[in-house]
Ligand binder design. Structure first.
Ligand SMILES: [Zn+2]
Length: 167
């Protein structure tokens, strides 16, 4: 288990508090490490409490983490940057939470406990922010190593176009 960062979520949101910090990746929970190829790097986080337009107490967590994942093609390490920005809406009654989720499928809601572990929230976000199948743009050429988004590489598309053009 990682060291918990405990807050009272309702109070935190009601008072509009904020909390920023850095955590070494090596201190995160084992379940995060399982998805990584190494434990180097750190996570920068910023948590803010606020009321949303419907006056519901909410938390916004922004984080940026530099981690290392394994390339699914060559199995070598590959640096990857996780950047997330998410809002979680707090509820005190299960019934209200369910109603709200039914009305808004995008809503990320939790039942507010007296104590919330911010590090667990950070760990969940990192796990969800990791690519399912990371691959180097070009395996074996470290200089060109970067995380490939799920978009086709525009240069690769250009190269195919050039090739298919009649001489
Ligand atoms: Zn690779």
């Amino acid at each position: 288990m990682s060291n918990p960062i405990l807050i009272d979520p309702l109070k935190f949101a009601r008072e509009g508090r904020s909390l920023s910090g850095k955590l070494p990746v090596s201190e995160l929970d084992e379940r995060v490490h399982e998805d990584l190829s190494g434990t180097a790097g750190e996570v920068e986080y910023h948590l803010e409490g606020f009321r949303d337009p419907l006056s519901r107490l909410s938390l916004r967590l922004k984080l940026s983490a530099q981690v290392t994942v394994s390339c699914q093609r060559c199995l070598e390490p590959m640096p990857f940057k996780v950047e997330t920005d998410s809002v979680v809406t707090l509820f005190t009654q299960q019934e209200k939470l369910e109603d709200a989720c039914e009305q808004d499928e995008e809503l990320d809601a939790i039942l507010a406990e007296p104590e919330l572990d911010v590090s667990a929230l950070i760990e969940d976000e990192i796990i969800m922010g990791l690519p399912l199948s990371p691959k180097h743009d070009e395996c074996g050429s470290e200089a060109l190593t970067r995380a490939k988004a799920d978009k086709p590489n525009p240069f690769a598309v250009l190269a195919t176009l050039k090739k298919s053009r009649p001489e």
